[in-house]
Ligand binder design. Structure first.
Ligand code: PLP
Length: 229
């Protein structure tokens, strides 16, 4: 897609976000659009930035490593939204501003050490596995409180909330219970920890409006912004 096409997609998506927020009696400003740019070239990211998108998500450290040098002048916030392997933690800590996919304490501890070496504090989300399908990443909801408590002891991580990737179901209405569940887990964890956990990263191109109705503060949109992969 060229700049005009991306600008049109962004405008359309913003309008849909606003309408979903209004339906839920929410302020659209509370919802951050994270454009997921995996498989798309640096130019597409630059175009989306010029069209007003300031948050981008990538799911692989290596792919982002190859695009980032071309985008050093783009003053955006870069999120890792995909599963992070322990051998890539140091590179991820250096390359990303936020890690939205922390799913274990060993990973969190390694990230904390890497962030300390870089003298930075990394905002993180805990990814929760709500999809029963084996092989999907994310922390077991039963361990969430324990994991959140231990992440809070790490001085160079700043726990901001939760993230999930629900199963892909044709009808977005069928995904609603997963979003509702993440919201309930986040409220319960915040209450238990006596701490504000303001971010809920949930909702992708085909179901983000339902996610917003259920309280998403960050929607991660790839196809809806950049077109089919
Ligand atoms: C690819 C991806 C998205 C965006 O998917 P679309 O369906 O294209 O919007 C969101 N979150 C994660 C973790 C992804 O890997």
């Amino acid at each position: 897609m060229n700049f005009d096409a991306i600008a049109v997609s962004v405008a359309l998506v913003r309008e849909r976000i606003a309408r979903a927020a209004e339906r839920a009696g929410r302020n659209p400003q509370e919802i951050t659009l994270v454009a997921v740019s995996k498989t798309f070239p640096a130019q597409a990211i630059r175009d989306a930035f010029l069209a007003g998108v300031h948050h981008f998500g990538e799911n692989r450290v290596q792919e982002w490593e190859s695009k980032a040098p071309d985008l050093s002048s783009v003053d955006a916030i870069w999120h890792l939204v995909g599963h992070l392997q322990s051998n890539k933690v140091r590179r991820a800590a250096a390359l990303f501003d936020r890690i939205d996919s922390v799913d274990s304490f060993p990973l969190a501890r390694r990230l904390d050490v890497a962030a300390a070496e870089l003298a930075k504090t990394l905002p993180v989300l805990i990814e929760v596995k709500l999809d029963p399908e084996p092989g999907k990443s994310g922390a077991d909801p039963a361990n969430l409180i324990t994991l959140a408590e231990s992440v809070l002891t790490l001085p160079n991580l700043n726990l901001r909330g939760l993230m999930t990737i629900p199963p892909f179901l044709d009808d977005p209405e069928q995904v609603r219970p997963y979003f509702r569940k993440l919201r309930a887990l986040c409220d319960a964890a915040a209450h238990h920890l006596g701490r504000h956990l303001p971010e809920l990263s949930m909702g992708m191109s085909h179901d983000f409006e339902v996610a917003i109705e259920e309280g998403a503060t960050q929607v991660r949109l790839g196809t809806a912004v950049f077109g089919p992969r």
